[in-house]
Design a protein around this ligand. Structure first.
Ligand code: HDD
Length: 714
């Protein structure tokens, strides 16, 4: 039994049973053409003599090549690169006071889900560690139909109106004349757009933070971003914002690591998700509701319909109402992860939209894009997209129709078909839209309540720890430093100064520029030609909350080291006893221990016991690990002292503030590196108990080290 079959049985849901109907496996079977004709040679085409021309009648050749020629479909225009996994959602407590949706009222359900994580800007083949927003899309296969929560790992978006989405994306994608840079925001066109569209500044500062370079998809928050509605059985509406809280905490890598991971393993996040699920380390997130009563809509200093604003958790707490577990890798990347089609408009009764103009525009875009990507309005019939409940309606035909609709009638009303499929009554779960009162003039405009573009970026920055702030200053300096137009750099400096003057000073210093006192054009130019320019300029920065601790990555603490990767540097003659003690302690806590040696194959410990080498120094890099252990053993250390790569491993681990444990003779190797200056470091454990090291790993990094460690030339 292969791995995925194994998981299929153990972690079966109604959706995995449904998908089984389409599973194919050639094991033990005879090869056939697509028409079912047995094939006895798939290596040679049919020829007029051994050295003669190929014959057109060779239907086996033609079929094989034709199918191959058409294997590709257009990649997603955004979020092209992604990784998916199956799982399920379970509710903690009935939420009927807010919603009548079955997934949020029935605690006995195990609702199947398929989740796809993604980067936004890069192509399908780009690298995982780009500085970028991450997509976090969840398809709930509920008993009442599909509900898609199509969110990101940041709680706000760049723009306020869907009309600006093509501009935003065109600015961040590779510049159209040369098609560079790939999967990178650090270039002129993006900063040209950002510096003229101040509504982007909030999401932009999040992208400058470490949230944009996560350690793992499993260690990111997720957000529905828009304000949605929950509707209960009485038809009463509450506003809601959706949050996913990862049980492993929120962790990132440093920018220097991200750049190096690009080269060392461009599939770092994809591999991490796959490996964790295969190892049974199932990632989990709790789903949170932030609820605002209908009558409180206008009590905030910002507009709930503005997707560039978050509601600080200190103002409206997040209630954790259920948990999602991802426990099965897809069987086939294309069939599942590539063909899955999400849509914020896939809702079930008990949920509804608001007038957020970004959400409203998205409701058009997602079906439309599937038509060009998947080629047909029948994309809902693709196995990964079909609901687990029954589908009956009068829609018919079109490309690649799979359903065989019986009967004469494909219209409503009808008598010939017995009036079927008949309409649902509301009581039977028919969808009815919330009866929101509307009395308005048709205008192409933006509400003045959307004008505050600086208060929340400033709140975000104020709320962070010092190390997080430093990383933001470095990120701005790097990104703007990659631009070539002086006026764009100056506009950016001017705008950052409106967010936080200290931050702007640091960036200006790095760029070698002065912060301008003013800029010639209005700061916000994302307005119509006839619009009142003054009306749309951002107002004075407000301070309605000094600090929101929940915005710092340190907020979601967790002392688990489950699935953390620990590199162990060894060579022949290492102390078997020391490794054994440490390895047992780490693996007991769910960490993954990898032996790294100067060569592949096996290494022998001082007791001549052979150990499998997980990676030779040549084939791996320190940036692929969370922590480092150097066991003693005279012979082993002597040999490692001759390995420049072993020293690089240590120097980089120090620079990236990772916990390091060392036993006995290992200290000699440590002393031969920049380690000699870090022996008092609180996350360097020389001859200490494994428990101490485990505590350090749970901390993720020792950021207190960073100021000094950044001078290490690694
Ligand atoms: Fe979008 C894909 C998230 C605004 C148009 N979007 C897409 C995906 C995610 C998001 C996670 C990948 C889905 C997958 O894994 O297949 N998008 C967001 C969020 C937004 C947002 C959180 C704002 C809050 N998107 C947005 C706007 C538009 C689009 C305003 C257009 C007006 N998005 C698309 C799209 C995509 C897409 C072109 C490309 C592939 C797809 O839909 O299926 O329709």
């Amino acid at each position: 039994m292969n791995d995925s079959n194994h998981h299929q049985n153990k972690n079966s849901t109604s959706k995995s049973k449904d998908l089984k109907q389409n599973l194919e496996q050639g094991k033990g079977k005879t090869m056939t053409t697509n028409q079912g004709v047995k094939v006895n040679d798939t290596n040679n085409s049919l020829k007029a003599g051994e050295r003669g021309g190929t014959l057109l009648e060779d239907f086996i050749l033609r079929e094989k090549i034709t199918h191959f020629d058409h294997e590709r479909i257009p990649e997603r225009i955004v979020h092209a690169r992604g990784s998916g996994a199956h799982g399920y959602f379970e509710l903690y407590e009935n939420q009927e006071k807010y919603t009548k949706a079955g997934i949020f009222t029935d605690t006995s359900r195990k609702t199947p889900v398929f989740v796809r994580f993604s980067t936004v800007a890069g192509n399908k083949g780009s690298a995982d560690l780009a500085r970028d927003v991450r997509g976090f899309s969840t398809k709930f296969y509920t008993e009442e139909g599909i509900f898609d929560l199509v969110g990101n790992n940041m709680p706000i978006f760049f723009i306020q109106d869907a009309m600006k989405f093509p501009d935003l994306i065109h600015s961040v994608k590779p510049e159209p004349d040369r098609d560079i840079p790939q999967a990178a925001s650090a270039h002129d066109t993006f900063y040209d757009f950002v510096s003229h569209t101040t509504e982007t500044l909030h999401n932009h500062i999040w992208v400058m933070s470490d949230r944009a370079i996560p350690r793992s998809f499993r260690m990111m928050e997720g957000f529905g971003i828009h304000t949605f509605r929950l509707i209960n059985a009485e038809g009463k509406s509450h506003f809601v914002k959706f949050h996913w809280k990862p049980l492993l905490g929120v962790h990132s890598v440093t920018w220097d690591e991200a750049v190096k991971i690009h080269g060392a393993d461009s599939d770092f996040h994809r591999r991490d998700l796959w490996d964790a699920i295969e190892a049974g380390h199932y990632p989990e997130w709790e789903l949170g509701f932030q609820i605002v009563a209908e009558e409180d809509e206008h009590k905030f200093d910002f507009d709930l319909l503005d997707p560039t604003k978050l509601i600080p958790e200190e103002m409206v707490p997040v209630q954790r109402i259920g948990k999602m577990t991802l426990n099965r890798n897809p069987d086939n990347f294309f069939a599942e992860t590539e063909q899955v089609a999400f849509h914020p408009g896939h809702l079930v009764p008990g949920l509804d939209f608001t007038n957020d103009p970004l959400l409203q525009g998205r409701l058009f875009s997602y079906t439309d894009t599937q038509l060009s990507r998947l080629g047909s309005p029948n994309f809902h019939e693709i196995p990964i997209n079909r609901p687990v409940n029954e589908v009956h309606n009068n829609q018919r035909d079109a490309h690649m129709r799979m359903t065989i609709n019986k009967g004469k009638t494909a219209y409503f009303p009808n008598s010939i078909g017995g009036g079927c499929p008949h309409l649902a009554k509301m009581a039977q779960g028919g969808f009815t839209s919330y009866e929101e009162r509307i009395d308005a003039k048709k205008v192409r405009d933006r509400s003045e309540s959307f004008n505050d573009h600086f208060s929340q970026p400033a709140l975000f920055y104020r709320s962070l720890e010092d190390w997080e702030k430093n990383h933001i200053a470095d990120a701005y300096t790097f990104e703007i430093g990659k631009c070539t137009y002086e006026h764009i750099k100056e506009r950016m400096l001017y705008l950052i100064a409106q967010i936080d003057n200290d931050l702007a000073q640091k960036v200006a210093k790095g760029l070698g520029l002065e912060i301008p006192n003013n800029i010639e054009q209005p700061v916000n130019q994302a307005i119509g030609a006839d619009a009142d320019v003054k009306k749309h300029q951002p107002g004075q920065k407000k301070n309605y909350l000094e600090k929101s601790s929940a915005l710092s990555q340190t907020f979601l603490k967790n002392d688990s080291i489950v699935s953390r990767k620990i590199a162990v540097l060894v060579s022949d003659g290492f102390s078997g006893k020391e490794l054994d003690t440490m390895q047992k302690a780490l693996e007991n806590k769910g960490a993954v221990v990898n032996l790294i040696a100067p060569h592949g194959g096996e290494v022998s410990c001082d007791k001549d016991k052979k150990h499998k080498v997980d990676a030779a120094l040549l084939t791996t890099e320190s940036v692929l690990f969370d922590a480092l252990y150097i066991p003693g053993g005279e012979k082993s250390i002597k040999s490692l002292l001759d390995e420049a790569k072993a020293k690089k491993f240590i120097n980089e681990s120090l620079k990236h503030c990772k916990p390091i444990a060392i036993s006995n003779e290992g200290e000699e190797l440590f002393d031969a590196t920049y380690g000699k200056d870090f022996k008092d470091d609180s996350s360097v454990f020389i001859n200490k108990d494994a428990d101490k090291f485990i505590g350090g790993i749970a901390q993720h990094r020792n950021w207190d080290r960073e100021e000094k460690a950044k001078n290490i030339p690694a």
